[in-house]
Design a protein around this ligand. Structure first.
Ligand code: SF4
Length: 490
């Protein structure tokens, strides 16, 4: 486990956001949205916001911090209405300020509109420049504001928000799962590649909800209906649920990291329970990379399902070898080498009785910088383990994401610094190390290759990245690499 700051999310490869929406006359929509966001907290911990409509006007509240910090009784009771959308944010474009907190709200000639976005547009800079040339001024720095301004302009022209969204979808390139609010409708839409998840639920037979993940539906007692289809727009209002297939694409490209560790294990995405996908990764890993050992232990909590799968397939006993302190706050560990190593001991304690004299297989889902893993292996050895064999349920990731996941700088990724697994093994101090192969990943997850984005592993991006966007990111990384020679970085 590498610096997990939250039981599911991790700071070095962070999810962009969680979105929620509800059309629920007669329901306490702000509280339901609050609980929905609570279930989506792992997707973003920087800010949270809710916008409600009472059919005539909006009320909203946005705040920096976790969902429970952003809202209290008095803010929630002020948000009265029949429809709402909500958002939890981790910034991938735009800085971490209240101005960038979502949902964003704007006026158009027919009323108000609010928008909550998960993903990242790859052509945002071009679209922004185009709007600025037309005299548009921006208050925030996120691509989501570009989207909102475009919708407002289109709505002013067409006189209709869904028609405006349809028009904008034809121009947006990249990843977007959106919930949108007007005075009378809650709308959900997903980019034609379906990079980020989004699903539909029904509550009490009547209310319609939208959420990034099905775990947010379960928490409010809503039934899962289906995923929003890639390229689809779904409108929930007084006339019920209307679906429009706005865009199509040559293929789908759901982010494979949703299955590996981003989504909550109890979420079902495109028909696959994430817990089962992770367990399947463990099965595959045991089959492809067996080792003689006495016990299989997870790095809590992200390594659990894969470790269980590894133990099941290998026939080795599963055990708890590391106990996690769940109360280490997000800001506790600064991104500094010395503190990172110390932080391992604050977060994890070895269970000596389970490790002493044992040959241990330690299962996790990734090695990012390698420093934390080295610290964990040292802990296990100090507790008396004879051997430590590391098994990673995903392949080494080497390429940056342009679709809304803030992966570490390439210069920090151990798999980008070392091309040989043996070098990484030596660096982290394990007795053996094996990653999942790409084929093993697909087999383990059980989702066809043509439906997934695998670009972090392959460097092949399903949605073309504009040359200048690609160059600017790689250029920044190259410069960072040059500043810090790989061999001297720890
Ligand atoms: Fe996910 Fe990587 Fe594709 Fe980004 S590039 S969407 S993180 S698989």
């Amino acid at each position: 486990m590498e610096d997990h700051s939250h039981c599911f999310a991790r700071p070095e490869a962070r999810e962009a956001c969680g979105v929620f929406g509800i059309y629920g006359p007669g329901e306490d929509v702000s509280r339901l949205t609050y609980f929905g966001l609570f279930a989506l907290q792992h997707r973003g911990q920087e800010s949270a916001g809710i916008v409600v409509s009472d059919g005539k006007k909006f009320a909203w509240h946005r705040e920096m911090g976790l969902v429970y910090q952003a809202f209290d009784e008095s803010t929630l009771s002020r948000l009265q209405g029949d429809l709402a959308i909500g958002h939890t944010r981790y910034s991938t474009t735009g800085s971490s300020t209240l101005a960038n907190a979502q949902p964003l709200v704007a006026e158009w000639k027919g009323g108000s509109i609010a928008l909550a976005h998960n993903g990242n547009l790859v052509n945002a800079l071009h679209l922004r420049a185009e709007l600025e040339a037309k005299g548009e001024h921006f208050e925030a720095t996120s691509d989501s504001e570009v989207m909102l301004r475009m919708v407002v302009r289109a709505a002013n022209r067409t006189g209709d928000v869904p028609a405006a969204l349809e028009e904008c979808m034809k121009r947006w390139r990249g990843a977007y799962s959106l919930t949108v609010l007007t005075e009378k409708a809650a709308i959900a839409l997903r980019d034609p590649y379906g990079v980020r998840p989004l699903c539909i639920g029904r509550l009490n037979g009547k209310a319609i909800c939208f959420a990034s993940e099905s775990c947010a539906l379960a928490v409010i007692g809503a039934d899962f209906v289906r995923d929003v289809k890639p390229g689809e727009m779904v409108i929930a209002g007084a006339d019920g649920l209307e679906s429009r297939q706005v865009e199509t694409s040559p293929r789908h490209a759901l982010c494979v990291f949703e299955y590996i560790y981003m989504a909550r294990p109890d979420s079902v995405i495109e028909g696959r329970l994430c817990y089962e996908a992770r367990r399947g990764l463990g099965h595959q890993l045991a089959q492809d990379s067996p080792t003689a050992a006495d016990v299989v232990i997870p790095v809590p909590a992200t390594g659990w399902p894969a470790a269980i799968g590894y133990a099941e397939r290998s026939g080795l006993p599963f055990g708890e070898g590391l106990i996690r302190n769940w109360y280490v706050p997000r800001t506790f560990i600064q991104p500094d080498q010395r503190l990172r190593e110390l932080g391992v001991r604050v977060k994890l304690s070895p269970l000596r009785e389970a490790l002493k004299g044992k040959r241990v297989v330690m299962v996790d889902d990734s090695i990012v910088r390698g420093t934390t893993k080295r610290g964990v292996i040292r802990l296990i050895r100090e507790a008396g383990a004879r051997e430590v064999h590391v098994r990673i349920s995903a392949p080494p990731y080497r390429w940056p994401c342009y679709y809304g996941v803030d992966t570490s700088n390439r210069s920090e990724l151990i798999a980008a610094r070392y091309s040989k697994v043996e070098d990484i093994r030596r660096e982290i101090g394990a007795d053996s190390l094996a990653y999942q192969s790409l084929e093993g990943l697909l087999e383990g997850i059980g989702v066809p290759r043509r439906k997934l984005c695998l670009a972090c592993f392959t460097g092949r991006y399903p949605i073309p990245i504009p040359r200048d966007v690609k160059l600017s990111k790689l250029d920044l990384e190259e410069r960072a690499c040059r500043r810090t020679p790989a061999r001297t970085r720890k």
